[in-house]
Write a protein that binds this ligand. Sequence first.
Ligand code: ADP
Ligand code: MG
Length: 463
Amino acid sequence: SGKWGRATAIAKELEEQCWTPISKLRQVADALDVEMHAGLASEGGCKLKMLITYVDNLPSGDEKGLFYALDLGGTNFRTLRVHLGGKEKGVVKIESEEVSIPPHLMTGSSQELFDFIASKLAKFVSSEPEELHPPPGRQRELGFTFSFPVKQTSIASGTLIKWTKGFNIEDAVGEDVVGGLTKSLEKIGLDMRVAALVNDTVGTVARARFSNQDVIAGVILGTGTNAAYVECAHAIPKWQGLLPKSGEMVINMEWGNFCSSHLPLTEYDQALDAESLNPGEQIFEKIVSGMYLGDIVRRVLLKMAEEVDFFGDTVPPKLRIPFVLRTPDMSAMHHDTSSDLKVVGNKLKDILEINNTSLKTRKIVVELCDIVATRGARLSAAGIFSILKKIGRDTVKDGKKQKSVVALDGGLFEHYAKFRSSLESTLKELLGDEADETVGIEHSNDGSGIGAALLAASNSQYL
Ligand code: ADP
Ligand code: MG
């Protein structure tokens, strides 16, 4: 058969391998549930770390005052000043600055990274007007959102387990994250106390809980993916400390590292993983999150170019560059509604230097985007479903319609509309009509930043 037949066959094979019928999603959710129990029972040996966050008191809505936050996630980092006004006024004011992290700092030394962060924070603070200065003898307080797996030893300390996403700074692994930052703050002469060390998922839960007491979980779909939820303290056998008064503890699942034979994995995923900074790790993240989706599509296009001359008799050289096709561009192509798929044509030209593509070619590109995004979205829904199942919120018990809200945040969820709608409809399908009525999804805007400031407030030394 000709080029089209063989290209269609590659797309068809991808579709079959990425297929996620509800029965498969239930198997994935069950496998997650098993791993959740294992991760809560003991330390180590599990795919899901189920990290204890030391957040056993979520915001009540009464938090007040001026607090700072640092949000270090994927490629950017932000400094925030958050003015909290308690029950009546809520979040009064947010001021923030965003800086992109110079790539060499993502794989350099930890001291360089922390010095860079501290200097940006110092600059942010130094531009404050007099009236925002704390009274003499009072320290500024900071919530530090550090979105990598950390083994916490208290609300404001913890050691880095490993890097993920694009980071790889060897000398930081096993070291206290807050200690590192504090050293840099002292060096630069900035008098600020790190009052809380939080994962972005935990910040998302905290932010959403400040305004809505039905919130039970937070999910990030951004550069990476992860989730945190409110667990009953009795259900955490590995917890050695006193039971918290609230009876609850927020657990950071680190679900990006989930892996199971039930996950639909393809040759492209395997190659992406093998060539990544962290082979064998973060497999769920590598098929769901924003850092990777575009690159999966690129890999399929490369195979088509190599094996069936999909873009002519030579392979477009740009197509060989890892991560050249970014998820926002994939998303733009996927949402192209023009009759001649103009956006797709332009993206192929501008990013991959492939000119004069036919409508037929463009249609196949859109199909690939759809297959890869749909798999990620449906697997995310299975993840959310597994949390609801774990805490018994997946069914309506004795007619009791207790409301459960899951807060989501991250660039992928926010901006990739087709991803988001597929996630929402799949979750509905998994829950069924009755239970779906009791479960809500909400966008927790800037949860990772504001949530950290809220947790700094509830862990202030001046309470
Ligand atoms: P982080 O996860 O690094 O803290 P964000 O939550 O802002 O940061 O997420 C950024 C990620 O979101 C990007 O890496 C990208 O993959 C994804 N993203 C951003 N914009 C879009 C878009 N328009 N369409 C699809 N994905 C997007
Ligand atoms: Mg983030």
